[in-house]
Design a protein around this ligand. Structure first.
Ligand SMILES: [Zn+2]
Ligand SMILES: [Zn+2]
Length: 374
């Protein structure tokens, strides 16, 4: 173990001195970012994460797929999302915004973290059981994500953002990071604020995020993998999260409102949203205004999603809790006010005046055109 640690530490130092320090100097960022070793460690861990996705999860999709695809064209954009986020957006946000902010707010950059409602402060004995303490943090972290996720589906303006993640019909090992950047920002601010509040140390926080990310990458993988009747209720497996991504079934319109938890199904069980024992369904969304994301590139997706968001955010209906679809004016319409069967079968967005599908734009390409079979 000592040899591994020494090797890792050597690689971190090498990367910090040879790439991070000169890189920060070239970008004139030395004055703002003063922890090159930490940044080097981040990039190495991220490289490990991407290697696991590419060389473990991705081959599993070829060997034991749940869905058989004629080609993988829709997965390419999700791979770009993952690489941009992990190697660009996330480190920039973490080291240029979040770290200075947490230090400014009085958070610590050392491992002696202390929060306003510190878990260690309330339960001091947990300090002597680091594994247990880590599990408690893990459970809190997952609960916060669960609650955010419920709101992402329940508040129409937040669904406008989160629906980009759900618009993917070819759910793969790369899909976890297919998100709108505003959605990511909101999520990151809430989770980081909670971490500060309960006093998670930076090292623990990095471990939480990294292992959580890997489980979520696996959760999106198109693989016939189930953890079994007992373990599937302890940890989220790929089948569990795939059910969360199912397309709306107009005959069972509530079925897809399930499996919001990312790591522990416990939260779904506690709040009554767990779904077990259901076979896999096709993934994606029925709302043609959202499904149109599949014909867009990253920039166009980000802009279209922003228009959906603004269409909902500025209207009263965008704040009314409940499930919605969007009409051609990006206005959220409650699913109670239109015929789901009609919207699902027509592939045509709702007109502005009446909450029923109307031929106002070109029909969206039929969803069966990719040779997908579950
Ligand atoms: Zn979701
Ligand atoms: Zn997902």
């Amino acid at each position: 173990m000592h040899v591994v640690y020494a090797f890792w530490s050597g690689v971190v130092s090498w990367l910090a001195n040879r790439a991070i320090v000169p890189g920060l100097a070239a970008l004139h960022l030395t004055a703002y970012v003063d922890r090159p070793r930490e940044i080097a460690q981040y990039f190495l861990l991220t490289a490990v994460q991407v290697a696991i996705i590419a060389f473990v999860f991705r081959p599993m999709e070829s060997l034991w797929p749940v869905e058989h695809w004629a080609d993988r064209r829709f997965t390419v954009i999700d791979r770009s999302y993952t690489l941009i986020k992990l190697f660009g957006v996330l480190p920039l946000f973490t080291y240029l915004v979040l770290s200075p902010l947490s230090q400014w707010l009085g958070g610590s950059s050392s491992d002696d973290a202390a929060g306003l409602i510190s878990v260690q402060g309330m339960l001091p004995w947990l300090g002597h059981h680091p594994v247990l303490l880590f599990l408690v943090y893990y459970a809190i972290y997952d609960l916060v994500y669960y609650l955010i996720h419920r709101l992402q589906h329940g508040i129409p303006w937040w669904w406008a953002l989160h629906s980009l993640h759900h618009s993917q019909r070819q759910l793969s090992c790369w899909s976890n990071d297919r998100d709108h950047y505003l959605d990511d920002l909101l999520e990151a601010l809430i989770v980081a604020a909670v971490a500060l509040l309960i006093g998670v140390s930076p090292t623990d926080f990095a471990l939480l995020v990294l292992s959580g990310e890997l489980l979520q990458n696996l959760g999106h993988t198109n693989v016939r993998l189930r953890f079994g009747p007992v373990l599937e209720k302890v940890l989220v497996d790929p089948h569990y999260h795939r059910l969360h991504h199912m397309r709306v079934d107009p005959d069972r319109p509530q079925l897809h409102a399930c499996n919001y938890a990312f790591i522990f199904p416990l939260w779904d069980i506690v709040f009554g949203t767990a779904l077990f024992g259901e076979p896999a369904h096709p993934t994606g969304v029925g709302d043609p205004m959202v499904d149109a994301d599949n014909r867009r590139g990253i920039v166009a997706q980000q802009l279209a999603t922003l228009r959906r968001f603004w269409g909902a955010f500025r209207r009263r209906a965008g704040w009314r809790y409940g499930e919605v679809a969007f009409n051609v004016n990006y206005e959220p319409i409650s699913v109670k006010d239109f015929d789901l069967h009609e919207l699902e079968s027509s592939h045509i967005p709702m007109a502005a005046s009446a909450p029923s599908p109307a031929r106002v734009t070109e029909p969206v390409a039929d969803t069966d055109d990719q040779g997908i079979s579950v």
